[in-house]
Ligand binder design. Structure first.
Ligand code: ATP
Ligand code: ZN
Length: 210
């Protein structure tokens, strides 16, 4: 038996469920439950907040998970990744007020930056020799400059319209992300075999879409 953790409700949920179904795995519909069992494969599906998935898999509470690389790397467990899945593609970017000059990343030296990704951003800044004060906030990061909390932000960007609406412009791509399958490090031999079967099916699904 394998336990797979997926996001309960959010931008990963629909594509995660669709992928499992496209692998030929059937389960009863689930919207209000915390877990469900597949009817034709030894798989249990847990529905969690995406932020909790890396930790659950790291500790073996779940054997597998589907999560964004942004959340996985921020949590500090990049080596749990076993396969990229090709959906929920997005990027983490730095943005500054539209009117501010941005000759290079060095202008962020000593500045306040609001983000939900202090680890990924901190590493990026360090690689570029910049030291800044990172303010970790969990939501509505893009309003931070207008309320005087920060001179810049680092957040997920998709269309750019949220940035525009807050008078910001994107100046650096810090990290590119997509959904990945992750696995706990101590699978039994039987579980490893099941994972191989699952991976084989997932790869076939992706090949068929190309
Ligand atoms: P939860 O309630 O589970 O904590 P959340 O609000 O943190 O959910 P979502 O907004 O549902 O998270 O995003 C989940 C993941 O989807 C993100 O971590 C990222 O990997 C990806 N994602 C976020 N925004 C986009 C986007 N605009 N386009 C594609 N993928 C995205
Ligand atoms: Zn989340």
């Amino acid at each position: 038996m394998l336990r797979l953790a997926i996001q309960k409700s959010g931008r990963l949920s629909e594509d995660s469920l669709a992928l499992i179904r496209e692998c030929g795995i059937n389960f009863l519909s689930t919207s209000y439950k915390l877990k469900t069992e597949a009817t034709n494969f030894p798989l249990e599906i847990l529905f969690l907040r995406d932020d909790d998935i890396p930790g659950y898999v790291k500790d073996g509470v779940a054997d597998l998970g589907i999560v964004g690389q942004n959340v996985l790397v921020e949590a500090g467990y990049p080596n749990l990744e076993v396969e990229t899945l090709g959906f929920s593609k997005c990027r983490l970017s730095l943005a500054v007020p539209r009117a501010d000059a941005y000759p290079s990343i060095e202008v962020l030296q000593g500045k306040n930056i609001a983000t939900s990704y202090p680890n990924i951003l901190g590493r990026y800044l360090a690689e570029h020799g910049v030291q800044a004060n990172l303010h970790t906030i969990s939501g509505s990061v893009e309003i931070a400059p207008s309320i005087g909390l920060a001179e810049a932000i680092c957040d997920i960007v998709s269309s750019g319209s949220t940035l525009l609406g807050n008078g910001l412009r994107e100046v650096e791509t810090v990290f590119r992300s997509e959904a990945v399958l992750i696995a706990q490090p101590n699978l039994t031999a039987e579980q490893t075999d099941l994972l191989e079967q699952l991976l084989f099916r997932m790869q076939a699904v992706r090949r068929a879409k190309r």
